[in-house]
Design a protein around this ligand. Structure first.
Ligand SMILES: [Zn+2]
Length: 392
């Protein structure tokens, strides 16, 4: 059989096994939703990490709880007979404060499962865990399959603490929810948040204003130029989101700063825009610099390897009778960090759902088995060499 038909056979096998008995998947989601885990609640997060590790051990994975200042990271590993190394990337923190579940417990409404964290992303952990469980019982078409669940996705603005463990992996499948209609996410914008600082000289506004160099006025003259970078390249957005200048009512202000929010599909566009920020006119006695505390999230770029993953996902979806188109989004996820580290990353692999971070968050029960099959098929296809041909 060709690599593609192997992958589809694996996808079908895992899909059919998951569909034949959804109860273990639904049961895990119910337990994990009931176990609240807001970002920052380290005790609850660590308890849930322990529970996840125990469950994964029961499914045949070799698990490890890796400590970090923000809590335990779950790593569950299967070794197989193939050559690919693939990570299934999850997070077990949610945006909902403790006590939310008491007022809004998990409930089923037709084909929808609603409750805090169902889509973002306890349902995603469940499909990854059960895809791994069902792959463990077959001929294991991979060298290493590693399920990772981190405790801080919703609040972190730096790489995943245990990301170095994934160095050299062939691909990462990120379990944020699939989009209504089944789409996976093949591109995410990167973001940068940084300050532009103008420094002049403060002076008494009444007695000797001639000694002052007004930083507020100088920065105010530059901001229209900076704001005009918005949409200067396709998909690039740039907005001035904060401005502060001057401290007292009777001084020429010696310092002013503005915060810029920029987002784009490509690192090169963000580099370009950032370089433009400080191309200021001459303002006598004023110096412009970048402020400290610059925050960056890299884009998940739709590279040839990511495109190959998306094409394969569509083929598997067609074979399973659950269409898997692809889409893109301006929002960031942990998939941005693995993509930024050079690992081909396809996101939106979790169950189909929507309305994350809202009281109406849901997943579609009918998508659970399909996503287990999709994960298994993608792993087998990566093992079959689809990424090598994308690069070749
Ligand atoms: Zn998420």
């Amino acid at each position: 059989m060709s690599a593609v038909s192997d992958a589809i056979a694996t996808a079908r096998h895992v899909h059919d096994a998951a569909a034949a008995d959804l109860e273990p998947i639904l049961g895990d989601i119910a337990r994990w939703v009931a176990h609240e885990s807001p970002s920052g609640a380290t005790a609850e997060l660590d308890l849930l990490a322990g529970e996840l590790a125990q469950t994964l051990t029961g499914y045949g994975l070799v698990t490890e709880l890796v400590p970090s200042p923000v809590g335990l990271h779950v790593h569950g590993v299967l070794e197989g007979s193939g050559r690919a190394r693939v990570a299934l990337l999850c997070h077990h923190d949610t945006v909902f404060p403790l006590g939310t579940v008491a007022g809004r417990p998990l409930r089923r409404d037709g084909d929808r499962l609603l409750g805090p964290g169902t889509a973002d992303m306890k349902g995603g952990i469940a499909v990854a865990a059960h895809a791994a469980r069902l792959l463990a019982g077959g001929d294991r078409p991979f060298a290493r399959l590693e399920l990772v669940s981190v405790p801080d996705e919703e609040v972190r603005s730096e790489p995943i603490a245990t990301q170095a463990r994934l160095a050299g992996f062939d691909a990462v499948l990120c379990m944020e929810c699939g989009r209504p209609g089944g789409a996976v996410v093949a591109a995410r914008k990167g973001g940068r948040w940084l300050d532009v600082v103008a420094r002049g000289r403060s002076a008494h506004a009444g007695s000797e204003p001639e000694h002052g160099r007004n930083a507020v006025l100088a920065l105010a003259r530059e901001l229209p130029r900076i704001a005009a970078l918005d949409r200067a390249r396709e998909g690039l957005t740039l907005h001035v989101t904060r401005m502060h200048g001057g401290d007292v009512l009777n001084s020429v202000p010696g310092e002013a700063r503005a915060t810029i929010d920029m987002r784009g599909w490509h690192e090169a566009d963000l580099d370009w825009a950032e370089a433009q920020l400080l191309r200021c006119d001459q303002h006598r006695g004023i110096a412009f610099t970048a402020g400290e505390g610059r925050l960056v999230t890299p884009p998940l770029e739709r590279t040839p390897a990511v495109a190959a993953l998306a094409v394969q996902a569509a083929a598997i979806g067609a074979a399973l009778g659950s269409p898997v188109p692809e889409t893109s989004t301006g929002g960031v996820s942990d998939g941005c960090w693995t993509a930024g580290a050079g690992l081909p990353t396809l996101d939106g692999i979790g169950p189909v759902g929507a309305l994350d971070h809202s009281p109406d968050e849901y997943i579609e029960i009918a998508s659970l088995a399909a996503r287990c099959g999709l994960i298994a098929g993608l792993v087998a296809a990566i093992d079959g060499g689809i990424l090598q041909s994308a690069e070749g």
